[in-house]
Design a protein around this ligand. Structure first.
Ligand SMILES: [Zn+2]
Length: 124
């Protein structure tokens, strides 16, 4: 738990699992609601990243950061561009493989070229 949602806003005392500040007795149940909402947004962002829905993940993280900038949501936000670049690279590779699968004749001609070359070298 990070500072802004774990300290009493009235007296900066530590808040425990009670919905009341141990020092000044302020009713802090709304902070728990905010924490849960923030955690829900972080979880939603995590699922979106796993599904490679990066724009959706960014939206959830921006919302979560409005409640609190946790090390987790900051790190996840920083990680998204890296994952995006990786995903784009994977997509390009998959496309190249698909072209190869759709046009096996092209691959065959390459193979024939190399086998000719190899035969010549072997002297067979
Ligand atoms: Zn307090």
């Amino acid at each position: 738990m990070t500072k802004s949602l774990s300290d009493c806003p009235a007296c900066h005392g530590q808040i425990d699992e009670q919905h009341q500040c141990g020092r000044c007795g302020a009713d802090l149940s709304y902070l728990h609601t905010l924490t849960h909402e923030m955690e829900r947004l972080e979880a939603a962002a995590t699922h979106a990243v796993a599904a490679k829905r990066f724009e959706v993940a960014r939206t959830f993280l921006a919302e979560a950061a409005q409640y609190e900038r946790t090390p987790y949501n900051v790190a996840l936000a920083a990680w998204i561009p890296v994952l995006e670049a990786e995903t784009a690279h994977e997509a390009a590779e998959a496309e190249a493989e698909q072209v190869q699968a759709e046009k096996p004749s092209r691959l065959d001609s390459v193979k024939q070229f190399f086998s000719r070359f190899t035969r010549g070298k072997d002297g067979s």
